[in-house]
Write a protein of this length. Structure first.
Length: 314
């Protein structure tokens, strides 16, 4: 079907997904030694990175993390607001919108005032993937195409629709799924292009590139400047040559920032302990280690810090 983007519907869907995702998850008030940590889909960066955080926290504190696969940013921030998750990874733009009650129609006048920042982590690069022989070379070429814009209610979907709107693309067939399913759809020819937002290299794209010739559609020039002028949380980014099999040149694009968030119902001592464990042991990370450090952990922080994070970062 042609896309007629209704933010109200997909934010409601995100809330429903958050409730459904609670099965077997301990969340809540930060009591006890098990903390719920909401990540993202298993084919992105949030989930394996959260596994790294789980190992570090459990080796260096008395707490354990129960990592939950979710639809990512919008689902996660809603879960934090309801105090159903203790910690979560979200995009900095979604954090800003939610905390300030702006940006998305459904946030207008309804700020999620209890959400608190812990640390920013790394750039989340906007990948627009297609088959190498698709003939799609620009975002404008996606007019009339079948495009996977990300899981319903995800930050990826928000970013994809912002970018398509900035490029004047309104007539397209929208598909929605997690990154791994989007890669399968590309492999099978069920979609023409897919948006994936994550720190490169993204596992699902790596896997796809080993079996299929892929191409990344560039976001550059006037379009990139227009996107940044419309949404100040976007920044210039580049996927370097060789990041994925067959990628033989740098690809200009844009990015948002990944961050750790919590809520004001979590004890200061818990947040400080978790923050200290992670940022005192960034050398033990397998993912995005070149980007994650205490020195840069407040760059692009869009919301108020939790007192436990303030205690660590000073």
């Amino acid at each position: 079907m042609s896309s007629h983007f209704n933010r109200r519907n997909f934010v409601k869907a995100a809330g429903a997904a958050g409730i459904a995702g609670l099965a077997g998850c301990l969340g809540g008030d930060g009591g006890g030694n098990t903390l719920s940590w909401y990540a993202g889909g298993t084919g992105g960066t949030y989930y394996p990175l959260s596994g790294n955080f789980k190992t570090i926290v459990e080796e260096n504190t008395d707490y354990s993390l129960q990592v939950q696969s979710t639809g990512a940013s919008l689902e996660n921030v809603s879960s934090l607001n309801r105090k159903e998750a203790d910690f979560a990874l979200i995009q900095n733009d979604i954090a800003y919108f939610a905390s300030n009650g702006t940006g998305l129609e459904e946030f207008e006048g309804e700020p999620m005032e209890g959400v608190r920042g812990v640390a920013t982590l790394y750039p989340e690069t906007i990948h627009v993937i297609t088959q190498a022989d698709s003939g799609l070379e620009s975002i404008a070429d996606l007019s009339g195409a079948t495009v996977n814009t990300g899981a319903p209610g995800s930050g990826t979907q928000v970013n994809a629709l912002q970018i398509l709107e900035a490029a004047g693309v309104s007539d397209f067939n929208e598909q929605n799924s997690d990154f791994a399913t989007a890669a399968d759809q590309l492999r099978d020819g069920d979609v023409d292009a897919a948006f994936v937002v994550g720190g490169w290299p993204v596992g699902s794209i790596e896997d796809l590139a080993t079996t299929n010739d892929i191409s990344l559609i560039e976001i550059s020039g006037d379009l990139r400047e227009n996107i940044k002028s419309e949404a100040e949380w976007f920044a210039d980014d580049t996927v370097p040559t060789g990041t994925y099999d067959g990628l033989d040149s740098d690809t200009d694009t844009v990015s948002v920032q990944a961050m750790i968030a919590t809520h004001d119902g979590i004890d200061e001592e818990i947040v400080e302990a978790v923050t200290t464990a992670i940022f005192d042991h960034t050398g033990n990370l397998d993912y995005k280690a070149d980007f994650i450090s205490a020195d840069s952990a407040q760059d692009g922080m869009p919301i108020d810090l939790h007192p436990g994070a303030e205690a660590y970062f000073g």
